[in-house]
Design a protein. Structure first.
Length: 82
């Protein structure tokens, strides 16, 4: 059997890529057919992927907040003042 393909570095994954891999890990663990050592390794990778996804989301939220609030305060306040 060929050696398993190495997983990409988590930092290099997009949010969508990390989420997809995390979902695959959860599915494998839920099946209950993975031995203990592999389960632990999958769980560790899953935790790292979860943290990566949370960081990506927090970054995106910050960027959106800057767009909505802008430098002059909330958009709704500027529209109301016009």
């Amino acid at each position: 059997m060929p050696a398993p393909k190495p997983s990409p570095a988590i930092e290099e994954l997009s949010f969508e890529g990390a989420l997809k891999e995390l979902e695959a890990i959860v599915a494998r663990l839920e099946q209950g057919e993975v031995d203990l050592e592999d389960s632990i390794a999958l769980y560790e990778r899953g935790q790292a992927l979860k943290t990566h996804c949370e960081k990506k989301l927090k970054s995106a939220e910050g960027r959106l907040e800057k767009i909505v609030l802008g430098e002059d305060g909330p958009q709704s306040e500027r529209v109301a003042e016009a």
